[in-house]
Write a new protein. Structure first.
Length: 153
């Protein structure tokens, strides 16, 4: 078993709060000391009550899934003798009503572009297998209900 921690902190300051016109800006702090400015998405809570420059939970979920998938992909590629020079994913997510009628991230699309070098080059089938293995092992993918689509280029 592994346990993970994040501290989420928001302060009202001198905002009235009862009028629902308070800033959604807040901080996420992680065990290594990294502090990430966060906010609701401007798509959920209009500006200026959201902070567009800050990370929102929906973006964080998509990034967490993409990152987890990538880390497994790199590990599996290495074990199979492939040399990866770069991995870039332009992941996206769709929020809509789910089958229960609740708003949810229902679909996340990973669009990884991987550059290999060296004598041993993967075939399209090798790459598809690496992505399949990565998806099957990804902790985040195993934790969510959203459909995950991998459109490797």
């Amino acid at each position: 078993m592994h346990q993970y921690f994040a501290q989420v902190a928001w302060q009202r300051g001198d905002q009235a709060f009862s009028d629902n016109k308070y800033s959604r800006g807040h901080q996420w702090t992680f065990d290594g000391g990294l502090c990430v400015p966060a906010s609701s998405s401007p798509l959920s809570v209009p500006l200026p009550l959201s902070v567009e420059a800050n990370l929102d939970p929906e973006e964080a979920l998509i990034a967490a899934l993409s990152s987890c998938h990538m880390l497994f992909f790199l590990s599996f590629a290495c074990k199979q003798g492939f040399r990866v020079d770069s991995y870039e994913d332009k992941a996206s997510g769709i929020m809509e009503k789910n089958a229960a009628g609740k708003m949810a991230i229902t679909r996340i699309t990973l669009a990884p572009h991987v550059v290999f070098s060296g004598d041993k080059q993967p075939t399209r089938e090798d790459i598809d297998t690496l992505h399949h293995q990565s998806h099957e092992h990804c902790y985040i993918a195993n934790s969510i209900n959203a459909e995950v689509i991998i459109e490797a280029v």
